[in-house]
Design a protein around this ligand. Structure first.
Ligand code: FAD
Length: 292
């Protein structure tokens, strides 16, 4: 029998988290699957469970000060349905799990689970998202890249709860999320790429690329992006061998039951090439219907 707590407020939840060393439980789709498999990404169920999915402070989507703020306990379905959410993140939501899992699973849960294959992570890196963590001594904000430390590892302190994900406003002429998996949804990514670009007058004015499932954490390099900004399509084409060589050096994929390291490396470099030579220069974005 697992001891559990259902607090009324965030303040009460934080007190319990601190006093009882309780595990936050939002939708439970990762925690329960890990428990069934009897393996441990944190689900040490000798510790009490703290339900956070209903907390007002962790729910809902709002716009404030040039940011979109998404409560950590907002479900994947709610994120997908909200037109204010950037298309890139909505595209990723539509390819996650199944409708039933998306109705339970939360954005905060996907982040805190910190799976290299987590679908929300590459889009959130590209969108420069930050996370707000509430703890016994107040709140702190971190970039996503600072928060996620490795597979199943985050900088979440023992007294903290993730309350919101914050996305600064931005506009792009091209947006693309590509998940390579055995099926369109209900399957974890072998590799994924989130990409956005701004092209004006035939020149790349902004570029952001983040690859998932090819290293312990999401691979994004502002340095490589900067090398391409300010260039035309022809110039980008000329720079491709050098750029792909740089990304090749950043990838650190593994062999596992879903794919091989060699496949992951090859496909990721092809996706980057495709975006830089074709997709970045068009604006043909469609949000999948999410019925998969
Ligand atoms: C059948 C199936 C298919 C799936 N398919 C996909 C897929 O295609 N892509 C994908 O990325 N994922 C997939 N998942 C994984 C999962 O559904 C997502 O990661 C989901 O977003 C997890 O959210 P949750 O609320 O259920 O997390 P939970 O299971 O409740 O928690 C996950 C982790 O986050 C912590 N946590 C949760 N909320 C907070 C908080 N507010 N503060 C601090 N810590 C918190 C928990 O302690 C735990 O460590 C799938 C899962 C299943 C069961």
């Amino acid at each position: 029998m697992v001891k559990s707590f259902y607090p009324d407020t965030l303040a009460e939840a934080l007190r319990i988290r601190f006093d009882e060393s309780a595990i936050p439980y939002a939708g439970g789709t990762d925690l329960m699957a890990a428990r069934r498999r009897g393996m441990g990404l944190l689900p040490d169920f000798r510790r009490p469970v703290l339900f956070v999915g209903h907390l007002r402070e962790c729910r809902g989507i709002s716009r404030r000060n040039n940011h979109l703020t998404i409560g950590a306990a907002t479900t994947l379905s709610e994120v997908w349905e909200d037109q204010r959410v950037p298309d890139l993140l909505r595209q990723a939501m539509a390819m996650m799990a199944s409708p039933a899992v998306r109705n339970l699973g939360t954005l905060g849960g996907n982040i805190c689970h910190a799976s290299p294959a987590g679908d929300a992570l590459p889009p959130l890196h590209v969108l420069d998202a930050t996370v707000t963590l509430a703890g016994a001594e107040g709140k702190r904000d971190l970039n996503l890249a600072e928060f996620i430390l490795g597979p199943g590892r985050t900088d979440l302190h023992d007294d903290e709860i993730l309350t919101t994900i914050n996305i600064p406003d931005s506009a792009f002429t091209s947006t693309w999320y590509r998940k390579v998996a055995p099926r369109r949804s209900s399957a974890l990514a072998k590799v994924s790429l989130a990409a956005q670009a701004v092209v004006r007058d035939g020149v790349l004015n902004d570029l952001r690329l983040a690859a998932g499932a090819v290293a312990p954490t999401v691979v994004r390099s502002r340095q490589v992006e900067e090398m391409l900004i300010g260039h035309t399509a022809t110039e980008v084409h000329g720079l491709l061998p050098e750029i792909l060589g740089k990304y090749d050096g950043l990838l650190a994929p593994i062999d596992d039951q879903r794919s091989t390291a060699a496949y992951r490396r090859k496909v990721t470099l092809r996706l980057i090439r495709y975006f830089l030579t074709r997709r970045a220069w068009t604006s043909d974005d469609k949000i999948p219907d999410g019925k998969g």
